[in-house]
Design a protein around this ligand. Structure first.
Ligand code: PLP
Length: 369
């Protein structure tokens, strides 16, 4: 008992006290809880790709003969392939265990305890989590009603000393993009801007080209969403050259598995097949949007990503989430000052939209009566 108390006393106090980040449950856990097979679950809570990885990935992973050897610590082949894909020099790219790892590396690079980090909620919860891990001070600058940035307030936060700002474009969970001229304005301040492009392939727009001209811009990207590799953890970031050199010195070695490496190479070879699925998802998003709009108690927000945020008018969003979950349909719900009573539905295939719409109609039948 005494040893246990001592160990807790040695933990850095801010870490012992911090709230954790609560990600969603995996499909096997959800299926186990509901007592149904995994293929009966309609998983629309993680913005995952319903088409899965390229068949070339499965083939490459099955045929790979070197799982017992460590990967190339300099990630040479895979960085060359990604460099060709995003059209920057390979020396600016660092691969990681999902783009989450690159976001975490950015926080490690810039945030000392007590430093200020600006944030623009509602947005991806990992940014706040990383500020807690770093023991940084978070300056929350709520987005406007339409979820656009409150640019003057953010610029003030940067001028007042916030060192780092993460901006997702398209933003999760609101689905809107950062206009290029707004990024230009943010970059004019003496602070690091990390643009998180986890969903960029669904818009076709990227800010990677701006990294070469701006030494305070990092762009984080991932193969989780467009390429269906979420479970393999395959992300990367494009850094200004001077920062890339430091990242190599501070990141843990071998942070990209050989499996992720093989999967990335095979995905890039089969990018046309993957981009066709991205187009199918974008088309399904529009169909789902118009069907959600037909439900008078839901207000869907337009999205450029692979999910749709809906304000729930009437019933509690959490109750709607729970009733969908009882039917094996998983969505996220939000209820915070900047995001009152909302659900977020990932875009799946047409059959998934049909199931969620039918279930929502059933729930809605009791609304307003
Ligand atoms: C905005 C945003 N950034 C990053 C990630 C994490 O991506 P990865 O799977 O590459 O860690 C997500 C995942 O949902 C996300 O929504």
């Amino acid at each position: 008992m005494a040893a246990k108390r001592d160990a807790l006393r040695l933990v850095r106090p801010h870490l012992a006290a911090m709230p954790g980040y609560k990600p969603m449950d995996s499909i096997d856990v959800v299926a186990g809880d509901l007592g149904v097979p995994e293929d009966r679950i309609v998983k629309l809570d993680g913005n995952e790709n319903p088409y899965g990885p390229s068949p070339k990935v499965t083939e490459a992973l099955g045929g790979f003969g070197f799982y017992h050897l460590y990967p190339d610590p300099e990630q040479r082949r895979v960085r060359e392939a990604v460099a060709e894909y995003v059209e920057v020099d390979a020396s600016q790219i660092v691969m990681g265990n999902g783009s989450d790892e690159l976001l975490s590396i950015a926080a490690m690079l810039f945030l000392s305890p007590g430093d200020a980090m600006a944030n623009a909620p509602p947005t991806f919860g990992v940014y706040t989590f990383l500020s807690h891990v770093s023991d940084a001070r978070i300056v929350q600058v709520e987005r406007n009603e339409d979820f656009g940035l409150d640019l003057p307030a953010l610029e003030r936060a940067l001028d007042d000393g916030a060192k780092l700002l993460f901006i997702a474009s398209p933003n999760n969970p609101t689905g809107n993009c950062l206009p290029r001229e707004q990024l230009e304005r943010l970059l004019a301040h003496d602070a690091m801007i990390v643009v998180d492009e986890a969903y960029a392939e669904f818009t076709g727009e990227s800010f990677v080209d701006m990294v070469t001209e701006h030494d305070n811009l990092i762009v984080a990207r991932t193969f989780s969403k467009w390429a269906g590799l979420a479970g393999l953890r395959a992300g990367y970031a494009v850094f200004p050259p001077a920062l890339a050199e430091i990242v190599w010195n501070v990141k843990v070695p071998f942070n990209l598995t050989v499996a992720a490496e093989q999967a990335i190479l095979a995905s890039l070879e089969d990018r046309d097949w993957l981009h066709k699925n991205v187009a199918l998802i974008a088309a399904e998003r529009e169909r789902l949007f118009s069907r959600l709009k037909d439900l008078p108690w839901l207000r869907p927000y337009p999205s450029q990503a692979n999910f749709i945020l809906c304000e729930v008018r009437g019933p509690a969003a959490k109750g709607v989430r729970d009733r969908l979950a009882e039917q094996g349909i998983m969505v996220r719900y939000f209820d915070s000052p900047g995001l009152r009573n909302c659900i977020r539905i990932s875009v799946g295939k047409a059959e998934h939209s049909d199931r969620v719409i039918e279930a929502l109609k059933g729930i809605g039948a009791g609304v307003g009566k």
